[in-house]
Design a protein around this ligand. Structure first.
Ligand code: PMP
Ligand code: GLU
Length: 399
């Protein structure tokens, strides 16, 4: 038989989803594992949003919709963006998709030709590099360290630009580090983008999950930057709606119409029913979001307080999202619970085996001195997970 495509055979599976599946599988087998893998809120979708979904089923919202999404939803998204982020768009600037992940994929398909380069600051969210490769394009990784709070500098960006560079992907706040670019930093990066005639994919899916500092959308920096920016967002994280699969892109009309063409030949419209639930999410008062954020803030504080008392691991205080990017490099060259630790991957595997705690090794995000913990799980799980971590660091197994 002939081989499957070169592109397909070069794609790695999503490590974040794999870890979360593994911990669910272990749990189903009766193993008492605690999952800190996928970044998925443990809260249930707020009731009013669920009811809107139920009503959509009962009122027969069961047909195809406009490919880029129902007009009321695109109108509600425009109003929401204006109210929350102070940026003005029209419905024709919005394309709704089956999750933010999909519209990131479509954005790259629309912007890139084979051989184009995309600048990707590391640590990066696991999906970007693979989605770039799916276009036959090349991710150009810019490494960052704790010294710059994992943020790229304009000089660093400038020095990575070649004739083939098409765009930069910036996640703000970041998954996996939780770091937030402030307005001045965005301006400086935006100037480099404009000067070099690049596009910016601004993944702002964690924009409402900020505990330290003020979130500013890249599209709010200037009209020039807005024109060449694709803003990505969606309902998954903000409204605890990961399984409903609704995301959107906001961009100039040419890009949006090219995206709609792509969608029209691939998934078609996002689920009609889920669009009505998202319409409720974006139109209702945001009280449930505030309540969830208060819980996330408590968990974050508890997590960083506990880690600050541990001497073999450390973390920077994240500004936003719901991840702790834990530096485990001090354990390298030692043995924990009888396992040699020389990388984040070793650490993560040994912690799962002996501590019954699932984390994502930093290699999935481009830096294997770290492991990522999602604190989108209950305080009870966080407390017990950190107890198990402490035991593991003292080479006392839980399993
Ligand atoms: N961007 C980032 C940075 C993420 O962490 C996620 C998590 N799933 C997504 C996009 C995609 O979200 P979804 O497809 O659930 O809308
Ligand atoms: N984005 C989340 C994470 O990074 C969910 C998993 C995924 O979609 O990859 O864990």
């Amino acid at each position: 038989m002939k081989n499957i495509s070169k592109i397909a055979s070069g794609i790695e599976p999503s490590a974040t989803l794999a870890i979360s599946e593994l911990s669910k599988e272990l749990k189903a087998k009766g193993v008492d594992v605690i999952g800190f893998g996928a970044g998925e809120p443990d809260f249930t979708t707020p009731d009013n949003i669920k009811q809107a979904g139920i009503k959509a089923i009962e009122t027969d919202k069961s047909y195809y919709t406009a490919t880029s999404g129902i007009l009321p939803l695109r109108e509600a998204i425009c109003k929401y963006i204006n109210d929350i982020f102070g940026v003005q768009y029209e419905p024709s600037n919005i394309c709704v998709s089956s999750g933010a992940k999909h519209i990131i994929f479509i954005s790259l398909q629309v912007l890139l030709d084979p051989g184009d380069e995309v600048i990707l600051p590391a640590p990066y969210w696991v999906t970007y590099a693979e989605a770039i490769k799916m276009c036959g394009a090349v991710p150009v990784i810019l490494d960052t360290t704790e010294e710059t709070r994992f943020k790229i500098t304009p000089e660093q960006l400038e020095s990575a630009i070649t004739d083939k560079t098409k765009c930069l992907i910036l996640t703000n706040p970041s998954n996996p580090t939780g770091m937030l670019y402030n307005e001045d930093e965005l301006k400086a990066i935006g100037n480099v983008i404009i000067k070099n005639d690049l596009y910016l994919i601004a993944d702002e899916i964690y924009a409402t999950l900020v505990y330290n500092g003020k979130f500013v959308s890249a599209a709010a920096i200037s009209s020039e930057l807005k024109e060449r920016t694709i803003v990505i967002n969606g309902v998954s994280k903000t409204y605890a709606m990961t399984g409903w699969r609704i995301g959107y892109a906001a961009a100039n009309k040419q890009i949006i119409s090219a995206m709609a063409n792509y969608l029209s030949h691939s998934t078609g419209n996002a689920s009609n029913v889920a669009q009505y639930a998202a319409l409720e999410a974006y139109s209702c008062d945001q009280e449930s979001v505030k309540k969830m954020n208060i819980e996330f803030a408590k968990r974050r504080q508890y997590f960083i307080d506990r880690v600050s008392k541990m001497d073999k691991v450390s973390c920077l205080e994240p500004d936003g999202a719901f991840y702790i990017f834990m530096n485990v490099s001090k354990t390298f060259g030692t043995e924990l619970c009888g396992e040699k630790i020389n990388s984040g991957s070793d650490f993560s595997q040994a912690l799962l085996k002996h501590g019954l705690v699932a984390t994502v090794p930093g290699i999935a995000f481009g830096n294997d001195n770290y492991v990522r913990w999602s604190y989108a799980t209950s305080m009870e799980n966080i407390t017990e997970g950190l107890n198990r971590l402490e035991k593991f660091l003292n080479s006392e197994p839980t399993a």
